[in-house]
Each structure stands twice: as structure tokens, then as C-alpha cells.
Design a protein around this ligand. Structure first.
Ligand code: ADP
Ligand code: MG
Length: 269
């Protein structure tokens, strides 16, 4: 364990989140679109929870409500048992789309958030950023601009940029989507490592069942639109988790069960 205060899980306190019978309805061109109908799930403190659902099932709507950018039309979004009133620095979202500022270097992008918020000194910000950069295999790239980084490096930079703010909950909306298979595998291992070293409460949203089982402590399954949680699986695969697990009988049993859950609604796809 490091003692830099960011990557160490020991001295930090994290939060839990939960959704209780959450509904979301949109008015679109005079029509009423039910995006979510009564969503219930938990993101327990210090656990990595995955939410799997097909495109259009309401995954981004859910994460935007948890971040506080949108409000539910029914039910409650809770953090440590209290309703989320709006955005807050303790809940950080990493989206699939890059949010790196193209005209700033990796170091400048990483320190940008804390310096804007004037939470810590520039010296402290640089020290924390360097620790995260080193941990993430990006040493030597501090002065590079985003376009000079590979796809995988850019995604790691996004995660570093989120973690430097010391979130109590890290919300990730399909952060690995669009990466080639090899980079994606490496990035999955990186997310697992970040989680296992920090034990930050994490919600990881994906449309990929394999990815969800590989990463998660618990997987929730969303139906086709309108989104509804139809099932849940506790993934009891051991940690630390490495890619060796992907060829085990246990992993493949989880996968087979998950495919059954998803295929049960194939007639609607
Ligand atoms: P996912 O992230 O799972 O692909 P989304 O959360 O983006 O799905 O969207 C879920 C549903 O909600 C879709 O049918 C989408 O069209 C609808 N929706 C999302 N945002 C809005 C909005 N601002 N206005 C109207 N409909 C919306
Ligand atoms: Mg989405």
C-alpha cells in the first residue's frame, strides 16, 4: 500500500449509494417516453458494482441522476442514506467521451480540477498527480498533450483526473467502450488494480457482460427500454483478480448464467 493518501484505501472513508424505486420520464416531441420504471439497486461502500444493460436502457440517465445532474421523477437517489440534491465533488463521473482538455498537458489536465477548486496548493497537486501518473505507468508522459497519448493512455488519464479529487464514489459510464480488444483487456486490469488498491466505492456501467463479471463484486442487469433491474448476481471470484480467472470454470459458470439472464428477453431485441 502507498501512503500518498490517494491510492491507499486505509485512511479514507467512502460512501454508499442507492436508488429506491426511481422513475424517469421524458417529454419528447409531444410524446411521453418512460426511460426508467422503478429502479432499485445498491452501490455498497468499498465495493465495485457493475450495471449491465443494452443501448438505450437508461444507463446514462441513471448515472446522471447519481451525479446529481438530473433529478428523478419518482423515487429517490440516496448517498449514505440522504437524498442527492445536486452535483458534488464527492461523486465524480468518468464518461466514455474524453473530457481531457486538448490544449493542456497530462500534468496540467490532472491538476486542473483541484487547482480550480483551490482545494490544495499547486505543489501538493503536482505531488499527488505525479504519484497517480507513476502508479498508472504514465511516467515520462507528464508534458505530453492528449493527442500524443494512445487511446489506453487517454482513458487512464481520465481515471487519474477523477481520482485526484478524492471522490467518495467513482461513477464510470462505459469508460472502456470503443477501445480495441487488447487495450480494453489491459484497461480492465488497470480498473481492477485501482479498485483493489484504493477500495473506492465504484459503479461501472457497461454493455459488455464479460467485462462486468470480470470486474464486479455485484452485477445488476437492466432490461431493454424502459429500464428496469431484472436480476442481480454476486460475483464471488477471488481477489486480487487477474486475467487467469477468465479461463476458470467458476468464471464461465457466471458467464453462462448471465447470458441466460440476458437472453431471456431476446424476443424483444
Ligand atoms: P443508455 O445509456 O443505456 O444507452 P440512455 O440513458 O442514454 O441509454 O437513454 C435511455 C432512454 O432515455 C432513451 O430512450 C433515450 O432516448 C431517453 N432519453 C435520455 N435523455 C433524454 C432527454 N434529455 N430527452 C428525451 N429522452 C431522453
Ligand atoms: Mg449511455
Amino acid at each position: 500500500m502507498e501512503t500518498d493518501g490517494i491510492m491507499s484505501g486505509e485512511e479514507k472513508s467512502y460512501s454508499s449509494m442507492s436508488l429506491k424505486d426511481v422513475w424517469k420520464v421524458y417529454q419528447s416531441f409531444g410524446r411521453t417516453v418512460v426511460a426508467l420504471k422503478g429502479i432499485n439497486f445498491e452501490v455498497p461502500k468499498g465495493k465495485l458494482t457493475c450495471l449491465v444493460g443494452p443501448s438505450g436502457s437508461g444507463k446514462t440517465v441513471i448515472i446522471n441522476m447519481m451525479a446529481g445532474y438530473e433529478t428523478p421523477d419518482g423515487g429517490q437517489v440516496l448517498m449514505d442514506g440522504k437524498p442527492v440534491g445536486g452535483p458534488g465533488p464527492e461523486r465524480i463521473v468518468v464518461y466514455q467521451e474524453t473530457a481531457l482538455l486538448p490544449w493542456k498537458t497530462l500534468m496540467e489536465n490532472t491538476t486542473f480540477g483541484p487547482l480550480m477548486q483551490k482545494k490544495i496548493s499547486k505543489k501538493e497537486a503536482i505531488k499527488r498527480a505525479q504519484a497517480l501518473i507513476d502508479k498508472s505507468g504514465l511516467t515520462g508522459f507528464e508534458k505530453k498533450f492528449p493527442y500524443q497519448l494512445s487511446g489506453g493512455m487517454q482513458r487512464r488519464s481520465e481515471l487519474i483526473r477523477a481520482l485526484i479529487n478524492d471522490p467518495k464514489v467513482l461513477l464510470m459510464d462505459e469508460p472502456l467502450r470503443g477501445l480495441d480488444a487488447m487495450t480494453r483487456q489491459i484497461m480492465q486490469d488497470y480498473v481492477i488494480k485501482l479498485y483493489e488498491e484504493t477500495k473506492t466505492t465504484m459503479l461501472f456501467i457497461t454493455s459488455d457482460i464479460d467485462e462486468a463479471i470480470y470486474l464486479a463484486d455485484t452485477v445488476y442487469f437492466l432490461t431493454q427500454s424502459p429500464g428496469f433491474i431484472k436480476d442481480k448476481m454476486e460475483i464471488t471470484l477471488p481477489r486480487p483478480r487477474t486475467s487467469d480467472v477468465l479461463i476458470t470454470k467458476e468464471y464461465n459458470e457466471f458467464l453462462a448464467k448471465a447470458i441466460d439472464i440476458v437472453m431471456a428477453e431476446k424476443e424483444f431485441i
